[in-house]
Design a protein around this ligand. Structure first.
Ligand code: ADP
Length: 320
């Protein structure tokens, strides 16, 4: 019987469990034996590989995180270590591997394909939405909903105290969490790493909005968007108001996956298994214009992500 191994790697994301469940059950339906690998590439190196059954993935569709656990493995970047890791697949007659993770995990998977001919399929699992080839990654929608919940709560207290409030969200290189939650949360300003923002302009906008009758302001700040301390001091200096800062941190990683992420998980997983059925390897599964698709893994990794300028402009236009 043919076999597929599956691992989750890099940063955890809500929807990874739902995706694992779908890989296991759909894979079994397509007559594969399915093997779970614990702690990403670290477990592959150690040989922490075990067979999974439909009941192995009971009661996990609604859980954030990943029951397979995830880890970062620096060692895996060495060829000799990957050679040993592949031996752990070969000795079990496994030549298909589904990797659920971000761009680093994809780079590891690509190496396994190029060097050892393993049929690898990448499923995008990261809250950051920082993979350019796909419109959305697993976990992003849930993370944005989590941020929105926080923004809604902050709005209540902001309005009552007439505050200027800064919400710091994840996004070192990719501002999508900030952009989508800022737009959906009706925030006045969104600061993202991709677009250099003049902090004076932000402060002047706060003043302008006060003139227009706004008594409170909400600014979404992606962690990679510049020097937060400088933003705070510029706002203080120009507006005379002291902004409050709420840093959401790892709260954004957790939580029960949204409807969108659970459905995406099932679609990505079944598409990945179908590709392996057709003997295709080194592919990345994604969604573009609402359609599930796959493309060459290396080409997917080489695509450069940019922020959606139209959405960014919309956040400004709607915050009058
Ligand atoms: P993510 O997949 O979320 O981007 P990381 O960048 O931490 O997370 O990557 C996850 C793991 O993938 C790393 O710990 C490492 O084991 C493996 N990896 C990353 N880059 C490479 C690479 N260039 N070659 C081989 N393995 C890599």
């Amino acid at each position: 019987m043919k076999k597929i191994a599956v691992l989750t790697s890099g940063g955890d994301a809500p929807g990874m469990n739902a995706c694992l469940r779908a890989v296991v059950r759909y894979g079994i339906y397509r007559e594969y034996k399915i093997y779970g690998i614990e702690r990403g590439y670290a477990g592959l190196i150690k040989g922490d590989i075990f067979q999974m059954y439909p009941r192995s993935v009971s009661d996990i569709i609604q859980r954030g995180g990943t029951i397979l656990k995830t880890a970062r493995s620096l060692e895996f970047k060495q060829f000799e270590v990957r050679e040993q890791a592949v031996e752990n697949l070969r000795s079990r007659d496994i030549d298909n591997l589904i990797v659920i993770g971000g761009d680093g995990s994809y780079a590891g998977a690509l190496a396994l394909h190029k060097e050892f001919g393993i049929n690898v399929i990448g499923i995008p699992g990261t809250i950051d939405n920082d993979l350019a080839y796909t419109d959305f990654t697993l976990g992003f929608d849930t993370a944005v909903n989590t941020v929105l919940g926080a923004i809604n709560n902050l709005r209540d207290t902001n309005a009552s105290h007439e505050r200027v409030s800064i919400v710091e969200v994840m996004g070192r290189n990719c501002g999508d969490i900030a952009l989508y939650s800022g737009l959906a949360g009706g925030c006045e300003y969104v600061l993202v790493p991709e677009i250099k923002t003049d902090f004076k302009e932000v402060a002047e906008r706060v003043n302008l909005s006060a003139k227009r009758g706004k008594t409170s302001n909400m600014i979404v700040f992606a962690e990679g968007a510049g020097d937060k301390t400088e933003l705070i001091s510029t706002i203080k200096q120009i507006t005379g108001r002291t902004p409050t800062v709420t840093t959401l941190g790892h709260i954004q990683r957790g939580g029960s996956p949204s409807n969108v992420d659970r459905v995406l998980a099932a679609q990505f997983a079944s598409y990945a298994v179908d590709l392996l059925c057709k003997g295709e390897g080194a592919k990345a599964v994604g969604i573009k214009d609402n359609k599930i698709f796959a493309m060459d893994l290396e080409a997917a990794l080489n695509e450069k992500k940019d922020i959606d300028k139209n959405l960014y402009k919309m956040t400004q236009l709607l915050s009058l």
